[in-house]
Write a protein that binds this ligand. Structure first.
Ligand SMILES: Nc1ncnc2c1ncn2[C@@H]1O[C@H](COP(=O)(O)OP(=O)(O)O)[C@@H](O)[C@H]1O
Ligand SMILES: CC(=O)N[C@@H](CCC(=O)OP(=O)(O)O)C(=O)O
Length: 250
């Protein structure tokens, strides 16, 4: 089994999205796949269409109730579109059978949340029936209210709960020790390497929350986490089998 985090940057064009979903379909003949997706650019478009501006704090979108509504609509629609592209798949969110239950993070972040429990029984039943779960990164809290969960963290929580490896698809080939020199792509990094990278500054920007989410997935039970390119459909299968990207191990 593998959990694939599919993010907004790797679905900017419909052509790329279709190429990636095609590769994921091929992969399913080899192993079970669970997809957890974000969609930052799609959320942004939907907010702009309603003249709503939003800001990020500590890498997370400050999520007012109005922004939560728009985000949930945009992401649940996207999960249905992705499942439509994939076939034999079903688009879900945290609302379905308490799939992703968590809590808000801090008062100043509004409905931005994190996940505490994952309904793994539901995921295993679907996989057992040959259906690929496609999960939007929308959780619920104990009162059943929606939470906007960073997709890297949501995917990490799902992989941890399933004890499955996770593949993060992003807009770079992996983690570079001398970004952006392609020759410095690290095939493998340990937790200690990552901590050093953040401290020394060669892991920066959007890569920090991603590697932190990867380490969190390992803490929660994922055996490994790989960060690889979602901009080239041809490397997806290679990354799953450890032949491209950066593999993060405990
Ligand atoms: N050491 C590094 N190796 C690779 N990318 C890095 C590194 N440090 C910072 N980055 C940045 O992290 C970005 C990936 O994070 P982000 O843009 O948040 O991804 P996504 O939107 O796919 O979740 C890269 O595009 C790059 O600009
Ligand atoms: C709380 C928070 O920041 N949630 C994210 C959820 C989407 C996401 O993470 O999408 P990508 O993977 O495409 O970045 C947001 O609102 O943008």
């Amino acid at each position: 089994m593998i959990v694939i985090k599919y993010g907004g940057n790797a679905m900017k064009s419909l052509e790329l999205r279709r190429a990636i979903t095609q590769e994921i379909s091929t992969l399913r003949s080899h192993l079970d796949v669970v997809i957890v997706h974000g969609g930052g650019p799609v959320i942004e478009q939907n907010l702009q269409a309603r003249n709503i501006t939003s800001e990020f704090k500590r890498g997370l979108r400050v999520t007012t109730p109005e922004i939560m509504d728009v985000t949930e609509q945009a992401l649940t629609r996207l999960s249905k579109e992705l499942s439509q592209d994939l076939e034999n798949a079903i688009g879900l969110s945290g609302r379905d059978m308490e799939l992703l239950v968590g809590q808000t993070i801090a008062e100043d972040l509004g409905r931005a949340g994190r996940i505490n429990t994952v309904n793994t029984d539901l995921l295993r039943k679907l996989l057992g029936a040959g259906i690929t779960p496609v999960i939007a990164c929308v959780g619920i809290d104990e009162n059943g209210e929606a939470l906007n969960v960073n997709a890297d963290w949501a995917a990490g929580a799902v992989a941890g709960a399933l004890n499955a490896p996770i593949l993060y698809l992003t807009d770079v080939d992996g983690v570079y020790t001398n970004y952006p020199d392609p020759a410095s792509l690290a095939p493998q990094l340990t937790r200690a390497d990552i901590e050093k990278g953040i401290q020394d500054g060669w892991i920066a920007g959007g890569m920090i929350p991603k590697v932190e989410a990867a380490l969190h997935a390992l803490d929660k039970g994922a055996p490994s986490a790989t960060i690889s390119s979602g901009m080239r459909a041809d490397v997806l299968v290679e990354a799953v089998f450890g032949q491209s990207g950066t593999k993060i191990v405990p």
